[in-house]
Design a protein around this ligand. Structure first.
Ligand code: ADE
Length: 412
């Protein structure tokens, strides 16, 4: 097993860094450009400065480098390198004037990663990336960003395995790149408190919710209320005062569970699921998906001791005007609607934004192959290839369906 280590680059590494940077963009054979780049790497005020570079070593031998920086003053620093290039390369300098910004303040931009050919396929690239991510975390920089060529699925897979997700497109020197982003802040956390964990557990470990947790985009924790009772028979409910029918969930276990959680971190909301709560809808899902931490307490039996609602609950939510046997399904519905709109959870972020209700409009119909199934035809416009006509058709359909099926949405 090879021994990996990392060191900060020094000014003496400038030529090594320059070669790596040029190699990464396919210009390593241009000796004149290499000399200029070396001068840029020797300075402290450029993006490609040695001060922005770390070097990976395998068994003490330099194997690759990562040049990365926080994006404050990106344009000014980029301009310095451009000017040096223009000055020294004259007409040969690449046309850099109307380049898109690759990064901005608040991002740690992994600009250039290069591993020497003899050290490839040994995990050196991944090691350097991990060092970069660690650095951003330690510095409290909220996002780590990089650009990957649109046609490089192997690299994209590596970045995804480290927690990066696609966040838009970039055009650099006319090449198309995917912007990939990793957030260094802890993901959103949802704590669900229930007397029936076996009902919620399979739900949160299926499909998109399971994938979102694996990708570290959300943490979902389930707490069995019975673990918090001081009753020696494990009871969490009792008869109601006043002699009416049914059982009431008692204060003590709920208080113990919520107090433990709130002593560990701040919660944006402590939600109680109940048919007499505020109606859950898409705007509420959108707003809750911006929270850092949420507690959802599932109601059960006849209800919960009202003092919990008065003293510990900050939001009471119903998923509709009907009564379920417990709040678990309501918690599952809310969790699903909240998590699916966290950026990165659904592959194509556009698809969450084009859901029904996101504009107070129902979604237009969708079709897939074949274009003709048993004589049931896909509307011609969708086969026309005319992007503008298709978008107009979708909008007309969304309006027509909303007017016909949910006219109340248009009055909101
Ligand atoms: N518990 C029982 N019915 C409910 C509903 N409709 N919404 C939320 N929680 C519930």
């Amino acid at each position: 097993m090879n021994n990996f280590s990392v060191r900060k680059a020094t000014i003496d590494d400038a030529a090594f860094i320059a070669r790596n940077v040029m190699e990464a963009v396919g210009h390593a054979s241009d000796e004149k450009a290499l000399k200029t780049m070396t001068r840029i790497c020797q300075r402290q005020d450029t993006l490609y400065s040695y001060t922005n570079t770390i070097i990976a070593m395998v068994d003490g031998v330099d194997a690759g480098s990562l040049t990365a920086y926080e994006g404050t003053n990106y344009r000014e620093k980029r301009q310095i390198s451009f000017s040096i290039f223009k000055e020294e390369m004259g007409d040969d300098a690449m046309d850099l004037d109307d380049m898109q910004d690759e990064t901005c303040a608040g991002e740690y931009y992994l600009d250039s990663l290069c591993v020497l050919p003899q050290f490839r396929k040994q995990g050196v690239g991944k090691y350097l990336l991990q060092q970069g991510i660690e650095y951003a975390k330690n510095q409290g920089i909220p996002h780590v960003v990089l650009a990957v060529e649109a046609q490089n699925p192997d690299a994209e897979r590596l970045y995804r395995s480290l927690g990066f997700r696609k966040a838009g497109e970039l055009f650099i020197f006319n090449g198309r790149y995917h912007r990939m982003q990793l957030d260094t802040t802890p993901p959103m956390r949802i704590d669900i408190i229930t007397v029936l964990p076996e009902m919620v557990e399979p739900f949160i470990h299926t499909s998109i919710l399971e994938r979102a947790q694996k990708r570290n985009l959300v943490e979902i924790h389930i707490h069995n209320l019975r673990d918090y009772t001081t009753d020696k028979h494990g009871r969490v409910d009792d008869y109601p005062y006043g002699g009416c029918a049914g059982m009431v969930m008692q204060c003590q276990p709920i208080d113990a569970c919520i107090s433990k959680l709130t002593s560990e971190r701040h919660y944006d909301e402590v939600i109680f699921t109940t048919p007499d709560g505020e109606q859950f809808d898409q705007p509420m899902a959108n707003s809750l998906s911006m929270a850092r931490n949420l507690i959802i307490l599932c109601g059960h039996f006849k209800g919960i001791d009202y003092r919990i609602r008065e003293h510990l609950i900050t939001k009471e939510v119903s998923i509709g005007d009907y009564v379920l046997t417990g709040g678990e399904l309501a918690a599952a519905v809310m969790t699903d609607a909240i998590v699916r709109i966290i950026p990165g959870v659904i592959g194509d972020e556009q698809s969450a934004l084009s859901d029904s209700f996101q504009d107070n409009l129902l979604a237009p119909p969708v079709y897939s192959r074949p274009a003709d199934y048993k004589g049931w035809k896909v509307p011609d416009v969708l086969l026309s290839g005319n992007e503008k006509l298709i978008r107009n058709w979708e909008m007309d359909q969304a309006m027509e369906r909303t007017q016909r099926l949910r006219p109340d949405l248009l009055k909101k």
